[in-house]
Design a protein around this ligand. Structure first.
Ligand code: GLA
Length: 399
């Protein structure tokens, strides 16, 4: 019932072997970066608020070497998971592929390094990944951050980590056309094993919060539904938040309080009011949840997760029937059955839920959720457990 995670060392070894088979030589460099799950703090990052994600034991691994022939000035990139190959020239600037093409994330990162005067030079590349695609676990950030880590080792120059995460975010904005916040690239870059990352998205000050209690586990439930229109809905939510902040006379919703919102209710249209209500409440819940994790107060953290989900469903309107089904099932199992809390995670409209579960009940809980979810939706979910993992890693060829 529970999908096993392949350890990074094993995945890297497999990737090196696939590189060898494809290109007839061993890779000189191997870089990796993880996906993430957000425990709480959703749709707060672009409002200058707080997020509380962790890197997961699911990685994108990239193996590379210089081409065996001289005279090339391009990147030749093979994706083992989808068995697709693409190449693009290292002209300045690196050209964009057609909208939604998977190489745009990669191209954007190469372009970002070019803008900093860093030329990676031609490469043969093979990529593998265990981060679910389109599951709201930041497969795109994992790809961007792994690419940036590869370019760092190839060019023998390390960027300061915040600079690197921002470069990856810009790649997503400029090349993939997704106006994301900073959470995903930050956690994929700065994640530490056994720690959650409490990030103040205004100051960008990261605070690592240990999560080592053996009594709890993070269970990730992939609804295996992807809804289209996500990019458009996301951009619309951002605009609505900006409008709400303007109406409240603050630079960002981070600066608004629940009292100020109620006092100014008449100035906002009902939709903007509800969006603001979510963001203001979610920031409070996130700081509160960080205290809960520090104190190993799991029932409190769990209650905050349920409250977050309700707010995302009713006020922010980014949930969907399948995500709601998982949360309801988890809630019905309850603390007595081993579940402290559950909520949708990531951008929404499909993808995954995150549940906080008592370790000795994880197997039973996973089976119950999977059965009930499939009965209700006729869709098979995918479930896995992850400890908080380390961020971007150089596996081979680093300085
Ligand atoms: C996506 C974005 C993040 C964040 C979340 C919602 O994952 O990439 O920046 O806004 O949605 O919390």
């Amino acid at each position: 019932m529970i999908d096993q995670n392949i350890p990074l060392s094993q995945l890297a070894e497999q990737t090196a072997q696939q590189f060898q088979q494809r290109y007839g030589r061993a890779p000189k460099w191997i870089a990796a970066a993880p996906g993430r799950v957000n425990l709480i703090g959703e749709h707060t990052d672009y409002n200058d608020g707080f997020v509380f994600p962790m890197a997961i034991e699911r990685y994108t691994v990239i193996a590379a070497d210089r081409p065996s022939v001289t005279g090339r000035n391009d990147i030749n990139w093979h994706c083992a998971r989808t068995n697709q190959t693409a190449s693009f020239p290292l002209t300045k600037p690196v050209p964009k592929a057609e909208p939604k093409h998977w190489t745009n994330y990669i191209r954007g990162v190469f372009a970002g390094f070019q803008n900093r005067g860093l030329d990676a030079g031609p490469l043969d590349v093979l990529m593998a990944s265990t981060v679910p695609l389109g599951g709201g676990l930041s497969s795109s950030a994992a790809l961007e951050v792994a690419t940036a880590t590869l370019i760092e080792i190839v060019s023998n120059q390390r960027l300061e980590r915040v600079t690197k995460a921002l470069l990856c975010q810009k790649a997503e904005h400029d090349y993939a056309g997704m106006p994301c916040g900073i959470m995903d690239q930050f956690i994929s870059t700065l994640g530490e094993q056994d720690h959650l990352l409490l990030l103040d998205c205004r100051s960008r000050a990261p605070e690592l919060v240990p999560m080592t209690d053996p009594g709890v586990e993070v269970l990730i439930v992939n609804t295996n539904v992807k809804h289209e229109l996500v990019g458009g809905e996301y951009a619309q939510r951002r605009r609505q938040c900006e409008e709400a902040a303007k109406a409240l006379g603050v630079p960002a919703l981070r600066d608004a309080t629940a009292d100020a919102l109620e006092g100014n209710k008449g100035k906002l249209d009902p939709v903007a009011y509800r969006r603001a209500k979510h963001v203001i409440g979610e920031n409070e819940r996130t700081e509160h949840a960080a205290h809960g994790v520090r104190a190993s107060n799991w029932p409190t953290v769990g209650q905050l997760m349920y409250a977050s989900h309700l707010s995302l469903k009713d006020d922010y309107e980014v949930s969907c029937a399948e995500l709601d089904a998982v949360v309801e099932i988890a809630h019905d199992i309850g603390i007595d059955g081993g579940v402290y809390g559950c909520r949708m995670t990531g951008g929404g409209f499909g993808g995954c839920c995150v549940a906080l579960v008592q370790t000795d009940a994880t197997k039973a809980v996973a089976a119950q959720i999977a059965d009930a979810y499939e009965k209700r939706t006729k869709i098979k979910p995918t479930l896995f457990v992850s400890r908080p993992a380390a961020g971007a890693t150089v596996v081979k060829g680093g300085v």
